[in-house]
Design a protein around this ligand. Structure first.
Ligand code: ZN
Length: 168
């Protein structure tokens, strides 16, 4: 287990187009494991290669449906639309409203190089779009509809907690 340093906005590495992975070796597996550790440690739901300074087409995602390690991922189908709040471990302290497809189909390779096709929706689809943007040097702040203020975010958190209490 190794926690890697997360690269933050302003660093050139977040603005590069990443290269595909060609070698599925021990080093790749170690890197994906480190990325997962780093993501969990930072309380994130996704992390892409450039965010740990690795300019390769790799990402890890866990939105509560298990850990997905995606190598050379490509979105092959997009359906519908959703607008919602997004943040990024590389853009600390900020949040914005971003419009994304509601359903995406993503093709990728697993850590052994086996091809996988996955269709995901809602928050999972948002996470896939967000992480894949990183592989092309794009950050959510480039495409957000608007920034969410700290006050507005606090209100959102408070309301979410109230909703939870109502459910009990
Ligand atoms: Zn991000």
């Amino acid at each position: 287990m190794a926690i890697r340093k997360i690269v933050e906005i302003g660093d050139d590495k977040l603005r590069k187009v990443c290269k595909p992975v060609e070698k599925f070796d021990k080093r790749l597996k170690q890197l994906l494991d480190d990325m997962a550790d780093t993501m969990y440690h930072a309380d994130g739901v996704g992390l892409a290669g450039p965010q740990v300074g690795i300019l390769r087409r790799i990402a890890v995602i866990d939105v509560g449906e298990g850990l997905f390690k995606m190598v050379n991922p490509v979105i092959v189908e997009r359906e519908g639309e959703q607008s919602g709040m997004e943040g990024c471990l590389s853009v600390p302290g900020r949040r914005g409203i971003v419009t994304r497809p509601n359903v995406v189909t993503v093709e990728y390779q697993d850590e052994n190089g086996e091809p996988v096709t996955l269709q995901v929706s809602e928050f999972f689809a948002r996470a896939v779009c967000h992480e894949l943007d990183h592989l092309d040097g794009v950050l959510y702040v480039d495409k957000m509809d608007r920034e969410v203020s700290d006050e507005e975010y606090q209100k959102y958190i408070d309301e979410a907690e109230e909703d939870e209490e109502d459910d009990e």
